[in-house]
Design a protein. Sequence first.
Length: 139
Amino acid sequence: MQRLKSRRQFQAVLAGSTLARTPHFALHTVALNADPVDLAAKPLFNMPAVWLGAMVPKRWAKRAVTRNTLKRQIYAVSALYQAQLPVAAYVVRLRSGFDRVQFLSAGSDALKLAARTEMHQLLERAMRTLSGAQSLVAA
């Protein structure tokens, strides 16, 4: 699994479609061949693979330890689904904050468990959406 690094890569994926949503996360995707036709520009995705990026804005996770914890959980759970994901670029975006009253510590085990559980839900929904789309194409 390759990681998205440049702003252009993130912008290209976010301009694509939203594949799945949970209360805290959204999964965006774009096909790798959906690059704009600009021969002078370097290709956004230089190899056919699963590309993944994590967006955890300060708006929803104020402390750096919380943002880093959430990004680690996103990448760890996504690695479990790497073999099942079709070759494309994906961005997992935090769309709302976790309750600071419920999760007092920014890097608590409870927060990690909640994030991992919700990431599993997000990727399962994405798999159902992708399998439904593939069955429609096959029919």
